[in-house]
Design a protein around this ligand. Structure first.
Ligand SMILES: C[S@@+](CC[C@H](N)C(=O)[O-])C[C@H]1O[C@@H](n2cnc3c(N)ncnc32)[C@H](O)[C@@H]1O
Length: 344
């Protein structure tokens, strides 16, 4: 989330010349709200982000966009980058990856600007980077920092290992995951609980809403041989790319969609499986879960089944009752509730 404080910090950096003499394309990594870039009045901005809503917003603002780095390296869209701005994200792995990309992509002697808030880990990132490359200037402002670095002619070796860390890698549970995605280091406890309830019971046309790196689907395909087609949907392309590796089966298909804005035209599904998101960035967003519930209702056939786990603190049950009056609470733990709901 880019807050007012984040914007104040950018403006302070602008007053201090961080953004002066920028003539060529500017690459922006990790920025969750491209609106913040408008206040800098920069031309020729290329926003790179795995989240579909960020890309859609950037396009509305007439910025150029990029989602998949591996592919774009080949088409040379990044050849002319002389300045890169990196926002720290709450995933250290993602932040170090983005910093490494910034230094690898930005032309020699170009500018790299690193910004972010204390609560997102700017101090850690600034310290790690400054230990390798002396900053030109660092400003501490509005509960965060912004630093200006010059891309050296020769890059420290550590940057290559930071880049490697960010590539799709097996996590502690043995699945591929991407930096910055949900439960990147291991299987989520709620998801594990949900799987134990639908295991062996799915058949026909199944969909995984908010599939992430594909844990729910990988178990579904392993333990329910009667599945005919399994569709995985997520708004984060990096998560979906990991899922492609984790759920390798000829029965699967993958869609990069944002359920808030994209219209899902599928219908007559036999089963929906989901562990819906409940925040956008750091902000709890109960509405997002409701969008998922509404989508599940819309795409299921009559008699189709929704399998869902959610954090028991979240007041979903009222909406579940009104959308799916025919539902069972299958399990209730200290942290989670698991439901099975039939579309009537
Ligand atoms: C709680 S995670 C569950 C991930 C995975 N199903 C699991 O159980 O490990 C929710 C997922 O929903 C995705 N998501 C968040 N907002 C979304 C949206 N608007 N449209 C589609 N997917 C979204 C997130 O990227 C995340 O992967």
């Amino acid at each position: 989330m880019v807050t007012i404080l984040g914007i104040k910090r950018l403006l302070e950096a602008k007053r201090n010349g961080f953004f002066s003499n920028i003539s060529r394309r500017i690459l922006v990594l990790g920025c969750p709200q491209p609106e913040a870039l408008k206040i800098l009045k920069l031309n020729d901005v290329l926003v790179c982000h795995p989240e579909k809503s960020v890309i859609q917003k950037a396009q509305e603002l007439n910025f150029q966009t990029l989602v998949d780095f591996e592919r774009c390296n080949k088409i040379g869209v990044l050849r002319s980058i002389r300045t890169t701005i990196v926002w720290v994200t709450k995933s250290r792995r993602e932040t170090l990856f983005n910093i490494a990309l910034a230094f690898l992509i930005t032309k020699k002697t170009g500018k790299i600007i690193l910004t972010g808030e204390k609560k997102d880990g700017i101090e850690y990132a600034m310290k790690k980077l400054s230990a390798m490359i002396e900053p030109v200037s660092v400003i501490s402002k509005s509960h965060g920092k912004i630093g200006l670095f010059q891309r050296p002619r020769y890059l420290p070796k550590a940057l290559r290992s930071w880049k490697k860390k960010g590539e799709l890698q097996k996590n502690a549970s043995g699945f591929f995951s991407a930096p910055g995605t949900f439960s990147e280091t291991s299987i989520d406890k709620g998801s594990r609980l949900l799987v134990s309830h639908y295991s062996g019971k799915l058949h026909g046309n199944v969909i995984d809403l908010g599939a992430g790196w594909g844990y729910l689907s990988s178990e579904a395909i392993k333990n329910s041989p009667s599945i005919r087609l399994l569709t995985l949907i997520d708004s984060n392309l990096s998560a979906l790319n990991s899922a492609r590796l984790n759920v390798a089966s000829s029965k699967t298909r993958f869609f990069w969609l944002d359920l808030k804005t994209d219209v899902l035209t599928l219908k007559n599904l036999d089963h929906v499986i989901m562990n819906p998101p409940f925040h956008i960035g750091r902000k709890v967003d109960f509405g997002l879960g409701l969008t998922f519930l509404g989508t599940a209702k819309k795409i299921l056939r009559k008699g189709g089944i929704l399998w869902m786990v959610f954090n028991r603190e979240l007041p979903y049950e009222k909406s579940i009752v009104s959308l799916f009056p025919n539902y069972d609470l299958l399990n209730e733990t200290k942290n989670y509730k698991v439901i099975r709901a039939k579309k009537t």
